[in-house]
Design a protein around this ligand. Structure first.
Ligand code: AMP
Ligand code: MG
Length: 353
């Protein structure tokens, strides 16, 4: 299959191209598109064949459910059989935006889209290209991130092309995404709202609106033996080809420890990369040192993380060492993805070695 690539940004929506993309989706084909979080791989959410094709294109296990994207709040009533008070409050505060709600599913949503679950994940994104496409597709677009399974989610269309060229009908290139990490997922089907995946909408922000909100224990504790509540969090994810280790401790000691690891790897003839910040990147000696941005600028860190992981793959790094980041606010989402990418490999540097 030849994959057509079309460029358009939020300020210049090409209506004809959006119409053709919508037609592809209505006919059961797949189109990758930009959202404010990461690129999505879209199919008609109400068509079981489209969902099957998404799993196939991603190489994703079919028990890992997809998120249904809508472009009007009212459409939530078509895909969810119950809409609790909390959903209205969250929609009012954060939709359109990077928040996904888990609700009881309506019969119209096929099991293929929800990975066999009786619940459905619903999101109303804010990206104008995404909204135009969802509308043109008939209102319901199932879209997981547009990467092949296990790879970092794509923040640029060139990464979608790398993973999906020849597998899908079209890629809409809308430039670099704004947030760079996937949406926050909140489950509203239980007694208490519970965060299944941290994201740009932080626990503190949810708490302000809902009064109380829990967080899935497996997110806070990497060693937790319970299965995560969001099926996708069970799977190996984001892992770069090289072995990634997070180094935690006082900044000076971390720099020294990383440099020692880099020197040892080099002595063995291995290629080593470092994930650093603007403040520290000049302090490292490695084959490749990349800054995620200023340490205090969490938005910059979130936006660059997945791109840097992919760049290290392109550069064939065998070992990667990363500084650690604070876990409050958006930092919780950043550390969640970094820890998953590292397979929870963390070294604590408490004193000079
Ligand atoms: P992705 O956008 O690629 O990260 O994929 C969507 C993710 O949303 C899945 O991997 C699941 O972890 C999560 N998800 C989707 N539907 C549900 C659901 N009904 N219940 C819990 N988690 C869900
Ligand atoms: Mg994903």
């Amino acid at each position: 299959m030849e994959t057509q690539i079309i460029r358009m940004d939020e300020e210049h929506i090409d209506q004809d191209a959006v119409y053709s993309a919508g037609q592809i989706l209505q006919r059961g084909g797949l189109v990758a598109f930009p959202t404010e979080t990461v690129y999505g791989l879209g199919g008609d959410a109400l068509n079981p064949d489209s969902s099957r094709k998404i799993y196939e294109a991603k190489g994703r296990p079919s028990d890992n459910p997809l998120i249904v994207h809508i472009c009007r709040f009212e459409d939530i009533f078509k895909v969810a059989s119950e809409v609790p008070e909390a959903a209205y409050k969250l929609a009012e505060a954060f939709w359109p935006g990077p928040l996904t709600m888990i609700l009881k599913k309506a019969d119209i949503v096929p099991q293929e889209t929800t990975g066999g679950l009786a619940t459905v994940a619903v999101r109303f994104p804010s990206h104008k290209v995404a909204l135009a496409l969802i509308d043109a597709a008939g209102g319901f677009v199932a879209a997981p991130s547009a990467n092949r399974s296990k790879r970092p989610s794509p923040t640029l269309a060139k990464y979608v092309e790398e993973d999906m060229d020849g597998r899908i009908e079209m890629i809409i290139d809308g430039g670099e995404v704004g947030i760079g990490l996937e949406s926050t997922i909140v489950d509203l089907t239980g007694v208490e709202p519970i965060i299944l995946r941290p994201g740009f909408i932080t626990r503190e922000m949810l708490h302000q609106v809902l009064g109380s909100v829990d967080i899935d224990k497996t997110i806070l504790d990497g060693a937790c033996k319970l299965p995560p509540k969001a099926p996708g969090m069970r799977y190996k994810h984001y892992a770069p080809k090289g072995e990634l280790t997070i180094m935690e401790g006082c900044p000076e000691l971390v720099v020294e420890a990383i440099n020692r690891r880099c020197a040892a790897a080099k002595a063995d003839g291995a290629r080593v990369g470092v994930i650093a910040t603007d403040e520290t990147c000049h302090l490292y000696v490695a084959d490749s040192v990349k800054s995620v941005g200023p340490r205090q600028d969490e938005e910059a860190v979130g936006r660059s993380l997945f791109r840097i992981l992919r760049e290290f793959d392109d550069e064939e790094m065998e070992y990667i060492y990363s500084e650690s980041f604070g876990e409050s606010g958006f930092g919780q989402a950043i550390m969640n993805r970094l820890l998953k990418a590292a397979g929870h490999r963390v070294e604590q540097i408490d004193k000079e070695e």
